[in-house]
Write a protein that binds this ligand. Sequence first.
Ligand code: 5GP
Length: 116
Amino acid sequence: MAEETFFRKIINKEIPSDMLYQDDYVTAFRDISPQAPTHILIIPNKLIATANDIETEDEVLIGKLYTAAKKLALQEGIAESGYRLIMNCNRDGGQEVYHIHLHLVGGKPLGRLISV
Ligand code: 5GP
């Protein structure tokens, strides 16, 4: 059984965040340590610990992360210039918080990869 992270408290508004969007399925808020002019985290309200834990029943929910990302990119004014969507997985992927999240990063040229 996956353990809740502090993202649960952000979803429940028990701790403050710069929240940009929330509905019954998805929450989006600005990363506390932005790596680019726009750096937003988009998370499912349901706890899924890692990309390895995404099940077939989650496919629609995962799609909602991407449609939220698309809308936020438009809202941030970076849809045309471009951006990157990243989901880190486990230790070698650089995952720190074990509640899946899409990083929406943009607002400057990012190169082909952020780092390897
Ligand atoms: P990961 O490394 O797991 O892919 O990404 C976790 C992200 O959460 C990092 O980019 C980190 O800056 C961000 N983060 C960590 N603590 C907080 C916090 O308290 N509030 C917000 N908004 N973001 C956080």
